[in-house]
Design a protein around this ligand. Structure first.
Ligand SMILES: [Zn+2]
Length: 310
C-alpha cells in the first residue's frame, strides 16, 4: 500500500496497523504488568526515552520516535511484538474487563482528539466548528460535546456522514456545495464567529477559511495534516492580529492521552462504537482495506480470534 509518512524510508515494507488492542500470549521474564491472558491496549508511539519531550511523557513528539504500523511492524497480523521500551514508558495498559476489544481499539484515534481539544483550549460554553465528518471529525464532535461545548457545527461534502454528525449531536451541519460556510456561520453566530474551529480534513482551503470564522480570542486547531507536496496555505494574519486568535496544531497523542481516551471509553460516556461501521475478521483483510479506502463507511475494525500460546 502506498504511504507518504515521513518516517517510512523509500522502498520499505512493513505490516500496517497503528490502532490496536490485544491479548498477551507470551511475556518476557521481567514483565510484571501483564501476564499471559491479560487484555491490553497499546499507545503506539515509542519514544527514545532520553530526550526532553520523552521526559515530559510526550512520546508522540519525540524526534526519534518509532511507531507500530509506521516504521515498525504493526497490528494487521495475528501477533505483534511489543518492545520493553513500550512497557517502560507506560504505553501498555490493561483493559477493564467490561470493555470490548472493538471499542478499546478506538482509544488511539480518540487519544489524538484528547490532545487536539486540549491544544484548542476548549472551554465550557464554547461554540465549535468541525471541518470533516469522517471518524476523526466525528470523534472531535463527540468529545467537544462531552467537554461542555455549547454547540458544535459540522461541515462535510458527504451527506451520509453529515447525517451521522446530526445523530451524534451536531447543532447543525452544512455541505459546502450547498452554501457558503462563512455565511452560514455568520448567520448562526450573528456575525460573532466560533470560539473553536477544528480542521479534521486534509484540505488547504479550509485552513484559510477557518481563520476567518473565529470569534475574538478564538482558537483554530489544525487537526489534520496536509499532503507533503501541498502548496503553502494563505493565512489572513490581520485576522489573527486584530482578533487575538490562536492557531495551533498537534500530532498523535501521548501515552497519557491514550489512558484518558481509554478511561472515557470505559466510562461508557463516549460511545465510540457509533463510529465503527464495519468489523471484519483478519482473514478478510483485503475486504477490510477496500471498505476503508472506499470512504463509504467510518472506522473499519479487524478482529482475530484470541490466539492460543504460539
Ligand atoms: Zn525522545
Amino acid at each position: 500500500m502506498a504511504c507518504g509518512h515521513r518516517k517510512l524510508r523509500p522502498g520499505q515494507t512493513i505490516t500496517l496497523g497503528h490502532e490496536f488492542v490485544g491479548t498477551v500470549v507470551q511475556a518476557g521474564a521481567r514483565v510484571t504488568l501483564c501476564g499471559v491472558g491479560t487484555r491490553v491496549g497499546v499507545a503506539p508511539n515509542i519514544g527514545c526515552g532520553r530526550c526532553e519531550l520523552c521526559g515530559r511523557g510526550l512520546m508522540n513528539m519525540c524526534p526519534e520516535y518509532s511507531a507500530f504500523g509506521i516504521d515498525r511492524d504493526g497490528s494487521h497480523a495475528e501477533y505483534v511484538a511489543i518492545p520493553a521500551a513500550a512497557l517502560a514508558q507506560g504505553s501498555v495498559i490493561p483493559l477493564a474487563p467490561h470493555v470490548s476489544a472493538v471499542d478499546a481499539s478506538l482509544a488511539e484515534p480518540l487519544s489524538c482528539v484528547v490532545n487536539g481539544l486540549r491544544a484548542a483550549r476548549l472551554d465550557p460554553g464554547d461554540t465549535v466548528l468541525v471541518y470533516g465528518a469522517g471518524p476523526m471529525g466525528l470523534l472531535n464532535l463527540m468529545l467537544a460535546l462531552l467537554s461542555s461545548a455549547a454547540r458544535v457545527w459540522v461541515v462535510d461534502r458527504n451527506e451520509a456522514r453529515l447525517e451521522q454528525a446530526r445523530q451524534l449531536g451536531a447543532a447543525g451541519v452544512l455541505n459546502p456545495d450547498a452554501g457558503s460556510v462563512q455565511e452560514w456561520i455568520g448567520r448562526l453566530t450573528r456575525g460573532r464567529g466560533v470560539d473553536v474551529a477544528i480542521t479534521a480534513a486534509p484540505v488547504r482551503e479550509i485552513q484559510t477559511e477557518a481563520v476567518q470564522l473565529l470569534a475574538p480570542f478564538g482558537r483554530l486547531c489544525l487537526f489534520a495534516g496536509l499532503p507533503n507536496d501541498a502548496a503553502p496555505v494563505e493565512l489572513h494574519t490581520n485576522a489573527i492580529h486584530y482578533r487575538n486568535l490562536c492557531v495551533t496544531g498537534m500530532t498523535g497523542g501521548s501515552p497519557q492521552d491514550y489512558r484518558t481516551a481509554l478511561k472515557l471509553i470505559e466510562s461508557g460516556r463516549l460511545d465510540v462504537r457509533r463510529i465503527v461501521s464495519h468489523v471484519f475478521p483478519l482473514e478478510e483483510v483485503g475486504r477490510a482495506y477496500a471498505t476503508a479506502m472506499s470512504g463509504t463507511g467510518l472506522k473499519v475494525v479487524m478482529t482475530a480470534e484470541t490466539p492460543r500460546h504460539p
